[in-house]
Structures are given as structure tokens and as C-alpha cells.
Design a protein around this ligand. Sequence first.
Ligand code: FAD
Length: 468
Amino acid sequence: MPVRGDHAIVLGGSVAGLPTARVLSRYFDTVTIVERDPLPDRAEHRPGVPQSPHLHGLLYGGRLLFDEIYGDEAFTEAMRAVGGPYFDFGRHQAFRFPEGWIKRTSCDLMVVFATRWTMEHVVRRLTQQVPNIHFVQGHVTGLLADTTGARVTGVKARGEEGEWTLEADLVVDACGRGSRSPKWLEKLGFTPPEESVVRSFLGYATVYGYVPDDAWPGDIKSIAAPPFPGATRGGFVVPQENGLVGIMAAGQSRDYPPGDEEGFTEFLRTAITPVMYDMWRQCEPVTEIETTKTSQNRLRRWHELDRRPQGFIPIGDAVAAFNPVYGQGMTSAVLQAKTLGDRLAENDDLDAVVTGFPEDAVQASQFAWSAATDADLGFPVTEVENLAVSDKDPETISYLSDMRRAATFDGGVASAFFRAQATLNGGLLFQPQVMERVRTVLAEAGPDERDHERPPEWSEDAEPIALS
Ligand SMILES: Cc1cc2nc3c(=O)[nH]c(=O)nc-3n(C[C@H](O)[C@H](O)[C@H](O)COP(=O)(O)OP(=O)(O)OC[C@H]3O[C@@H](n4cnc5c(N)ncnc54)[C@H](O)[C@@H]3O)c2cc1C
């Protein structure tokens, strides 16, 4: 591979920073990951990732992207080797839409799940095996610039031995949704990016434990019943490594699930479906119930800056962070990392790649951003800052609702929906053959007399829709 520079620094060694470092290791002699936490040599929670006690579902597309970046099926194999359950999402996932339970059908969308700390440990170990990637512990406090002030040339950090600096041809900010890089750049004379924020006031309460095998309804292996307008109490039950199960209560519109056992139980009892409550009653918990309210969608509009620093790009949650209930953040982060690799492969000119990357990153995040914010805007309490929402196309909104309804009747539509969601490729939903199937299914559906309280049993696979 052609070398684009001697040294790249990645700030933050989490789910965005690690695959980004792997991508850059193909184009730079040396890559240094600067991470403020001491990195554990086993799978465990660390303070720099406060969201890690909560369920993290990795989409099918995210799994494929990790495999592509780390080579062969290295990620999937490593996840399975640590006991991560591996199954067809279309066949074994019970998923509740506002319009009902999605029809389950085999569609070869194989997912692999694990706790957040185990998944990160797997990715970290794969990254540590790359000889030209080095890990350094340090709390980054600022950026260095050259004498013109136009180019970032390195970072300032604080470590055990005091303050230090490190120089590089490229600095990548993967410090997450709380990244301070806009402030660091402002100190160098750059205008910080504007931010668009959409807040629907979601909270999570999560606990891990073990349930008997027969606690799962039928052949269902995972349950997702996110809240929707008019039903603010939802939840998830997701298999983790080695038989562990995560049970998470999710409340929208400030209907935050409590962290005490009694309140948590009552929340699940009164949620959209009683299946989470049924499983919780049979669960032997092995952790405390952890809560969080970190859920706002926030887009930093780096792509709208006229004057951009050379030698610096942001990636992952530092660009776009989403309401986590839609499970897209990690896949969006790794898609951005893959896109960066594609640009470096196409273009010898590092400055050109850096200048264009904010557009690439926002493009890679676009489907996830629209899916999360459109859904959140359906809740009346949702607050919006610096985002035009009046130009949402009513025909599209109405079609997407039709599509969800059709997906509760027809496995072909369900499979197309899951594939679009799992690969962050909204275009699949609008392919003519999908739109035609939606029309046909709804024309034949008639009035809905089904009972949506619990997920229906699997009946048979549907005729798939050929997607192009
Ligand atoms: C409650 C919750 C649940 C979620 N559930 C899902 C889910 O189900 N599916 C999904 O795909 N996504 C989910 N996400 C999103 C997911 O956590 C992120 O998208 C993902 O971790 C990628 O983030 P990142 O690497 O950009 O940032 P982070 O994971 O936040 O990592 C940032 C890293 O930067 C380091 N750092 C920060 N500042 C500095 C500094 N100054 N110097 C050095 N290091 C620094 C931190 O220690 C950390 O290691 C969830 C998020 C939340 C909040």
C-alpha cells in the first residue's frame, strides 16, 4: 500500500478510534492511539466509555465492516470465540414497530452480539496485533499547529509523567460525543462547527443476568420493543456472550426507567409488551441496574466549515452521535472508518482526503441521522436546535409508515427493511420492487385484528424481494 505519511495519531481508543487506526496503519508508517484510560487487558468497563454498561447491539452491516477492516472474518470469529451468540436477525429477532411485530423470516442477516466491554476488548485485541499501531496513555488537552496556523501538526497531552506533545502528519479525533476538539481548534483560530441537536429525552436502565432457556418465547433469541409515540415505555432483551442476557428498560419523553429493583420491575410490567417483564421475573441478575439519560442526537456540522484545518479530521461520535435506542452509533463509526480507508486508497494527496472527509463522514452518517431524528421528532416533547425540520417530505413519511405496516404482514418487506437498517442504506427501501410489494401487501391486508401484545410465533419464510 502507498504511504501517505510517516505518522498518524488517533485520539480515543474506542469503537471509532480502533478501526480507524487499523485503516490508517495501511497508509502511515506508524499510528499512535492516545487514550486517556489505562486500557485493560481483559473485557471490562472503563470510565472513558460511560455508556458501556448498557446494551450495545451491533448491526449486521457493522459486523461486515469490522470484518472487512480487520480482514477475512477476523472480527466475527473473535466474537464467536469469546462466546458471542451468532444468529439470523430476520429469523430470530422479535422486533416491535408502532404498527405491530415485524414478520420474522430467514434472511441471512447474521449478527453477533456481546456486551459492549467484550466487543471493545475483541476489537482492541485485533488492533493490538497490528505491528505499526502503538497505544499511549494520555489525556489530550489541545492541538499543535504549524507557524501558518493552517495545519494541525500534533497534540498536547497530560500523562503520568506530566505534559507532553506528539507530532504527526494526521490527527484524528475519535474522542466521542464529548470531544473537546471544537474548543481546541478555536484556540488555534478556527471557527468551531455549529451543532444540530435533537432531544427526545430517552433514558435507559440496564441489568445483566441469566434466564432459563425456556424463558425465551419459542425460537426467539432477542427482543426489541423500543418506545414509540403514545407508548413511552419499551425495552430490550438481548443475548450476550456465554449465556449472559441483558435486559434494558427504555423510556422516551422523560418517562425515565428507575434504577431501583421495584421501580424497574414496575416499568417493565407496564411496558409496550409484557415479554420483557416475563423474562425479568425469571432472571438471576449478576449486576446492579445501571441508568443513563445520554441520548441526544447531535451532529457537528464540520462539513459546513469554510476554513478547515489541514492535518485534522473528526470521526465517529465526534461527528454524529445518535439516540442509542436505534442501535446505529457503532455501525456509523466503523462505516466512517471504512470510508476514510476508501478515500486514502483512491487519492495520493492526504490534504485532499482531509479536506473532503467531513462531507464523507456526514454522508456515511446520513441514514442513521435521518432514521434517528425522524423517529424522535414523532414524540411531541422532542426539542430541536439548529435543524430545519419543516422540509421533511410528507409523502416519504407516509410511505415509511406504510412500509413498517407492510413489514408486520410480509417477511419479504421485513427482510428489505432489516437489510436497509442494518447496512445504513435507506435507498433499499425505495427500490421499485420494494414499493410495489408494500402496495400489494397493504391492499390485501385488510383491517388489523391481530393481537400485538406478544410477538407471534414464526410461521414460514416469505418470498424474498430481489434487491439490486
Ligand atoms: C447509552 C448508550 C447506548 C448505546 N447503544 C448502542 C447500540 O446499541 N448500538 C450502537 O451501535 N451504538 C450504541 N451506542 C453508541 C456507541 O456507544 C458509540 O457510537 C460508539 O461507542 C462509538 O463511539 P466513539 O468511539 O466515537 O466514542 P466513545 O465510544 O465514546 O469513545 C471515546 C473514547 O475517547 C476517549 N477520550 C475522550 N476524551 C479524550 C481525551 N481528551 N484524551 C484521550 N482520550 C479521550 C475515551 O476515553 C473513549 O475511549 C450507545 C451509546 C449510548 C450513550
